[in-house]
Design a protein around this ligand. Structure first.
Ligand code: MLT
Length: 412
């Protein structure tokens, strides 16, 4: 008899975003004339900029010629992309990396989800609450938790509440934990962590022989304003972080690759995990082993496109799109603030996190907004128990739609 992995049965049947889509489809079916504005899932809406399209056309043409055709590439990614990543994202911030410390992939969701599998099942996992659900669900699937309680929290996982009182940057865990997931700029709250705050996490990990999985998918949205100077774009800006942290980056939100797919993960050579009897093991070759066994590399066309993000034209064009999304965020923030709502994020991140009005639950507000304004957002409780009573609006919409959504909020 074939047995199912019973850990999967501990999870709610639907992942958050497909569940939202299901509800929106049901609403649309009943209200076919409703002009729905989607500010739910953080999916980009602007077309890819010309520098990236040109690079892809060139790569496609090469694939059609005997001389330029490429079959399987290096599983870790092409050096032309890895070198551009290191020079632009790291060297420019004082972080030196070797090519073999960067692993190109087809998405940060997969990488943040997959990375846990190279660690033992008996590790204690700590996550912020609210949290990007992938970190929790993949650990549940792997068997690092017990069952969920009625708020959705799994036993065996340490939840670190991110609340308005701590500016959505949680305290260090009181318990001793082994694997810590952090995401800054944060999805869903839009909060950022300072160097001092990240240093406390790095010091904790060094003191406790723990590892931090640092999701920096939104670093490109840290603003250039004087108040944001000094907010780290990479955890490796913190001294000692290479010994204890893996960093995930993505071209999805930065450069509009949600449909195209390309991302990368940094696994420094200094990073160590431990055998049961306390012997140090380098994590980089283990991840390399896993990566080469389960992955054949990101498409060469996506990698050519990603390299174009780092050209002078690419940088300029991508920056313009980021500015467009961040002006959406500013409009959302200012409109909701004027309406008297409590609003967070949206300054260094493309998400605005708001307290639901009239003590509505997150899903009540979701239904209310969909019905009364035909606007889709994401219920905060979908990101964890501490997200209950909050709601997330994505700034990735088309500006005219975002403006229209804000007019509808004013009429509520
Ligand atoms: C989100 O809306 O939280 C993100 O788009 C999800 C993702 O990046 O997978």
């Amino acid at each position: 008899m074939i047995k199912i992995n019973a850990n999967y049965l501990k999870l709610e049947s639907g992942y958050l975003f497909p569940e939202i889509s299901r509800r929106v489809r049901a609403f649309s079916a009943k209200n076919p004339d409703a002009k729905i504005i989607r500010l739910g899932i953080g999916d980009v809406t602007e077309p890819l900029p010309p520098a990236i399209i040109e690079a892809m056309h060139k790569a496609v043409d090469q694939m059609g010629s005997r001389a330029g055709f490429k079959g399987y590439g290096p599983e870790q990614g092409y050096d032309f992309l890895i070198e551009a990543i290191i020079a632009n994202d790291y060297k420019s911030r004082g972080v030196s990396l070797e090519n073999t410390e960067v692993f190109v992939s087809d998405g940060a969701k997969c990488d943040t989800g997959n990375f846990q599998e190279i660690f033992g099942i008996d590790n204690v996992v700590a996550v912020t609450d609210p949290v990007y659900p992938v970190y929790v669900d993949t650990n549940v699937m792997a068997g690092r938790s017990g069952d969920a309680d009625k708020t959705g929290r799994f036993s065996g996982i340490i939840y670190m509440p991110a609340t308005a009182d701590n500016n959505f940057v949680p305290e260090l865990p009181k318990e001793k934990v082994d694997l810590i997931y952090l995401c800054f700029p944060n999805n869903p709250t839009g909060a950022v962590a300072t160097k001092q705050q990240l240093k406390r996490w790095v010091d904790y990990a060094r003191d406790n022989k723990a590892i931090i999985l640092f999701d920096a998918a939104y670093e490109a949205f840290i603003s250039d304003n004087p108040e944001s100077i000094g907010i780290p774009h990479s955890i490796y800006e913190i001294e000692g972080a290479k010994e204890v942290a893996v960093e995930f980056r993505s071209f999805s939100k930065t450069a509009g690759f949600t449909g195209l797919r390309c991302a990368f993960t940094v696994v420094p050579k200094e990073l160590k995990a431990w055998t049961k009897d306390g012997k140090a093991v380098e994590v980089n070759p283990i991840w390399n082993r896993r990566h080469c066994t389960k992955f054949n590399g990101a498409s060469c066309i996506s990698q050519a496109a990603a390299a174009a993000v780092y050209t002078a034209q690419g940088k300029k064009q991508v920056r313009k799109i980021i500015e467009l999304y961040m002006s959406n965020a500013a409009l959302i923030r200012s409109t909701l603030e004027k309406l008297g709502l409590q609003v967070y994020g949206g300054v260094n991140a493309p998400y605005v996190w708001l307290k639901t009005p009239d003590k509505k639950s997150s899903w009540e507000f979701f239904d209310y907004l969909l019905e009364k304004a035909n606007v889709v957002g994401t219920p905060g409780s979908g990101f964890g128990a501490a997200g209950e009573g909050f709601f997330r609006l994505s700034a990735f919409g088309n500006p005219a739609n975002v403006a229209e959504a804000m007019e509808r909020f004013k009429k509520l």
